[in-house]
Design a protein around this ligand. Structure first.
Ligand code: 13P
Length: 340
């Protein structure tokens, strides 16, 4: 466990005005995203699409890191450089998704737990050699009638904690991602309650496994109204409730908190981050670790055509730029009109 390296990596991940691109969609998720723009989800198309994003001129000003999928970590940029080295050359830290997705928890009415602990330490050692300096593990918490259950919060918190401990032992900073899904009719009050319970369970488990707060990054879901809830909370309310939950649960010793976008619109994800980051006296920097809210416009512009590459890169650059400003509380809706 190289503490100096862990501290350096964690601080760089949440450096001012920069955030993380989540480009670690599994082959199944990638298939859905590519289908939406009529592109076959081949290995080469995945390489070419992600390579296009990584090569966007200047985007490294706003990206501290990229979360890669196993396949991508083993692929090369157009110039033949392995992606990890390619990103590192641009000053962007390569990260790796190490969980293996979710399965049903037995006897827990359809709730999920994330798998991937078997053989994890060995995989982490290999990922370190391949250049990864941080990792991600996503747990999924669903809000519904009588759920999440204690079983679900407990099972996922323990898996996250075991994962995080294995990462730190391998000198890789763990991103701890307990995602409370926005699907459902639940109120924002209920989302706040569940998010707080989820984070409490997570931090209790992290302590039980001796995980050092100093070398972890939380990837949080924002406290929002359920997607189908009749009352949709505004930007300020989302920001206030999310910051309150984080202050109740996240140790001040943690270097930073990043957010997932979770199916929010691109502009909502930016506006919410901006409002939170503008809160005075926060104990940690807040920034983005978006997949959809960073990639949507670029994917729609790209459509698998080499001729659209430059326009897609500009669309990606724009969203990264806007979110880089939002992470400092410096974004304004007017800035969106200056889109490339
Ligand atoms: P979204 O921003 O699309 O929610 O993805 C972030 C992520 O990495 C989910 O694990």
């Amino acid at each position: 466990m190289d503490k100096a390296l862990l501290a350096k990596t964690a601080a760089a991940m949440v450096a001012k005005g920069r955030g993380i691109l989540a480009a670690d969609e599994s082959a199944g998720t990638c298939e859905k995203r590519f289908q939406s723009v009529g592109v076959p989800c081949t290995e080469e198309n995945r390489r070419s699409y992600r390579g296009m994003l990584f090569a966007a001129p200047g985007v490294e000003k706003f990206l501290s890191g990229v979360i890669l999928f196993d396949e991508t970590l083993r692929q090369k940029a157009d110039d033949g450089t392995p992606f990890a080295a390619y990103l590192a050359r641009k000053g962007v830290i390569p990260g790796i998704k190490v969980d293996k997705g979710t399965v049903d928890i037995p006897l827990a009415s359809g709730e999920k737990v994330t798998e991937g602990l078997d053989g994890l330490s060995k995989r982490l050692d290999e990922y370190f050699k391949l250049g990864a300096r941080f990792a991600k593990w996503r747990a999924v918490i669903t809000i519904g009638e009588g759920i999440p259950s204690h079983t679900c919060l407990y099972a996922n918190a323990h898996a996250l904690a075991r994962y995080a401990a294995a990462c730190q032992a391998a000198s890789i900073v763990p991103i701890i991602e307990p995602e409370v899904l926005l699907d459902g009719r639940h109120s924002i009050e209920r989302c706040e309650e569940v998010t707080e319970a989820t984070l409490r369970a997570t931090y209790a488990a992290l302590a039980a496994y001796n995980v050092a707060s100093e070398y972890t990054i939380l990837k949080a879901s924002m406290v929002v109204s359920g997607k189908d809830c009749p009352r949709q909370a505004g930007v300020q309310e989302v920001a206030e409730r999310t910051v309150r939950v984080l202050k109740h649960t996240v140790p001040a010793a943690q270097p930073g908190v990043v957010f997932l976008s979770g199916g929010q619109s691109d502009l909502d994800a930016t506006a919410h981050l901006n409002a939170m980051a503008a809160t005075p006296g926060l104990p940690w920097p807040l920034t983005f670790s978006y997949s959809r809210a960073l990639q949507n416009p670029a994917l729609k512009t790209w459509k698998g055509q080499a001729a659209n590459r430059s326009a897609a890169q500009q669309a990606f650059y724009h969203r990264a730029h806007m979110n880089g400003l939002a992470a400092q509380g410096k974004w304004k809706p007017e800035l969106e009109k200056q889109a490339a």
